[in-house]
Structure formats: structure tokens, C-alpha cells
Design a binder for this molecule. Structure first.
Ligand code: URA
Length: 246
């Protein structure tokens, strides 16, 4: 799957590549600092083809992207929301990016405030919809630490799927590590799902970290609170999801 080609006005191209605000980019164009295919263009309404044309600012080539994808190693203490009156949000961890881009970003699904680990943050609403859709059953693996002891047949209970009060959970894979830690792989994203499932088989979760979504693994060298940009092709491939027409 390759980035689509768009025909857009030069000033919009510059705004969308985070060169500046509409007013600022118009000034740059007037100052003759912008070239399209090696030619200075002074008309902000000039049409640019995003894949075919080479747009430069002061001889630096600008690359247009329809959407942005980041993976964040979420620290505890941040909520997965765009805004929150009480808590710090994961958006605050993206302060080094242009504010114009941060405004368009949102988290794909949610991790609890006290959960750490792999979170995808994107501008792509279709991707969010596909990854979050229950029909896709994308597997998510969590590293779990817990108090108390799990039932001897915890693996079998979780592998069958279960019902807690009125809520059903699809089969999950429990892999014990030590007496008080395990991996749990689930294919849904229900509220407090891991905590509820572990509780149902005798444990009380004390630490939770998401390590994998689909084939995407949290890089070991990505520190808590740091993020990494991913390419569209890679992230769709790792999620094994395909857009119509690609
Ligand atoms: N399950 C939970 O209980 N919490 C999370 O943050 C994610 C999955």
C-alpha cells in the first residue's frame, strides 16, 4: 500500500507539511523561498501533485504525508484522551511536534491511567476504526504482575473465554512467567479487561504493560514517555489490516 496522490494548493501543501501557518507560508512564497520542480513559484494557489512534484523550501525538499502514525511507550499517570480537566494526557508527551500536527493526533484505543506500554497515536481515523473494530480481533499482549495466586486451571479457564457479571470475554492466552507474573494475550479491548480477567482467576493486578499489538512489538530501547514515527505501510502490515482499494 502506497501513500495516495493528492492535488492541493501550494499554500496548503506547506501548511500540511508543518512549515507554518497559512499566513506564514504565504509570506515565504512571496519571498520567493519556495520552488516546485526547481522553479520559484509566487502564486499560493498553484496546484501541486503530492507524489509527483518536488517542493522545496530554501532548497530543502518537503515530503507530504496524508497521515502520521506514532508508537508511544506510555508511562503510568497519563490518560489516553485528547483533553482532561484533572489528569495529564498522553498528548502532552508529543510537545516536541508542531502543535498543528498534535491537534490532529488521537490515541488508538485506550490504556488505563496506571498502565504502561505500547500505544499507537495517529491522525488516521480509518486506521483507528479498523484497529478498534471488534471484527478484526487484533491480538494484544500484556505483561502482567499480580498479587495472590492464580487458580491451577487459570490457563484453561481463560482459554475458553468467560463471562463476568453480564460481560463476555473471548478466549485469551495466559502464559505464566513466575509465581506473580505472566503474559496475557487478548483480542478485544474492553474496559479494564486484563484486570478483570486476572481477577476472575484469582490474581490482583499490580502492574500492567502492553508489549504487543498485532505483529507490532514495543521496541526495547524506547524509553517511557518517548515516541517513534512509523511509516503507513509498516503499521498497516503489522496490524494485518488492509484498506479498500489497496
Ligand atoms: N486491560 C486493562 O485492564 N487495562 C488496560 O489498560 C488495558 C487492558
Amino acid at each position: 500500500m502506497n501513500e495516495k496522490e493528492f492535488k492541493i494548493r501550494l499554500d496548503k501543501f506547506l501548511v500540511d507539511t508543518f512549515v507554518g501557518t497559512r499566513k506564514q507560508v504565504k509570506t515565504l512564497i512571496k519571498q520567493k523561498r519556495v520552488k516546485v520542480n526547481q522553479k520559484i513559484i509566487t502564486n499560493p494557489d498553484f496546484n501541486v501533485f503530492t507524489k509527483e512534484d518536488e517542493v522545496c523550501l530554501d532548497d530543502k525538499v518537503l515530503t507530504f504525508q496524508e497521515h502520521y502514525y506514532f508508537i508511544l511507550n506510555k508511562p503510568s499517570g497519563y490518560v489516553c484522551a485528547k483533553e482532561d480537566n484533572i489528569n495529564q494526557t498522553i498528548m502532552e508527551l508529543f510537545k516536541s511536534l508542531p502543535s498543528h500536527l498534535v491537534e490532529k493526533l488521537f490515541p488508538v484505543g485506550r490504556l488505563d491511567k496506571d498502565t504502561e506500554g505500547l500505544l499507537i497515536v495517529t491522525t488516521d481515523g480509518i486506521f483507528n476504526h479498523l484497529v478498534s473494530s471488534p471484527t478484526h480481533h487484533i491480538q494484544k499482549t500484556y505483561y502482567v504482575e499480580y498479587e495472590e495466586q492464580l487458580l491451577d486451571n487459570a490457563c484453561e479457564i481463560l482459554a475458553k473465554g468467560l463471562k463476568i457479571k453480564n460481560e463476555s470475554f473471548l478466549p485469551a492466552k495466559l502464559e505464566p512467567i513466575t509465581k506473580n507474573s505472566c503474559y496475557l494475550t487478548i483480542c478485544e479491548g474492553k474496559f479494564h479487561q486484563v484486570k478483570k480477567m486476572i481477577h476472575q482467576v484469582g490474581g490482583v493486578v499490580t502492574y500492567l504493560k502492553r508489549e504487543k499489538i498485532g505483529e507490532l512489538v514495543l521496541p526495547q530501547n524506547l524509553a517511557l514517555g518517548e515516541f517513534l514515527e512509523m511509516k503507513q505501510d509498516d503499521i498497516y502490515r503489522l496490524m494485518k489490516i488492509y484498506k479498500k482499494g489497496n
